[in-house]
Design a binder for this molecule. Structure first.
Ligand code: ADP
Length: 185
């Protein structure tokens, strides 16, 4: 299963490169210096062009568990929402709450700007080492909770880079649907 309807809104999973995904906003898995890096962050700055980094420099930084908004340069989006997820230190250092908070903040910022569509990567599960089987239920749970409340968002798409990541999110979506997290259709 790759799609769940929550409160008439769509939560879906696809495999792909988020820099090629057309949406009102896309999220980035940034670091707290907003300094750019490898992984999805490097891909977003490479594809989006230098304007995004100029705005990041002006903003200066972002605490873990929070997010900031810039324009999207050449990307097929209006905004990039740079979220700072936690580094995995074994799970007893507030990682789950920080990861949930990072997603919540992205969703709030997208809704404040009136976005109808949002694309998300799997925050923290690359260089930051968060086990994807533990991150996926947190990520999907945060989105489902947001979609149950008042929001401008109509469709939230996780754009997952690898097949393994997609498979992990598919399992988590099945568990969420089984627990009554959405409307089955
Ligand atoms: P973090 O430092 O938060 O762990 P990474 O960028 O290292 O961020 O990894 C986060 C996830 O983003 C990983 O699952 C990685 O496979 C994925 N990723 C890397 N490049 C892209 C891309 N172009 N589009 C979508 N996801 C990507």
């Amino acid at each position: 299963m790759t799609r769940l309807t929550v409160n008439g809104r769509v939560l879906e999973l696809v495999q792909g490169d988020i820099t090629r995904f057309r949406a009102d906003a896309i999220a980035n898995a940034a670091n707290s210096m907003l300094a750019g890096g490898g992984g999805v962050d490097g891909a977003i700055h490479d594809a989006g062009g230098p304007e995004i980094m100029e705005e990041c420099r002006r903003i200066g930084g972002c605490p873990t568990g929070q997010a900031v908004v810039t324009g999207a340069g050449r990307l097929p989006a209006r905004y990039v929402i740079h979220a700072v997820g936690p580094v995995w230190f074994g799970g007893a250092h507030g990682e789950a709450e920080l990861l949930r908070s990072a997603y919540r903040r992205v969703l709030e910022l997208a809704s404040e700007r009136g976005c109808r569509t949002l694309a998300l990567p799997s925050i923290s599960t690359g260089a930051y080492g968060y086990p994807v089987d533990q991150a996926a239920p947190i990520a999907l749970g945060a989105v489902a909770e947001h979609l149950r409340g008042p929001t401008s968002l109509e469709r939230v798409t996780f754009v997952l880079f690898t097949r393994e990541t997609l498979e992990s999110y598919v399992r988590a979506l099945q568990a969420l649907a089984g627990a009554g997290g959405g409307e089955r259709r």
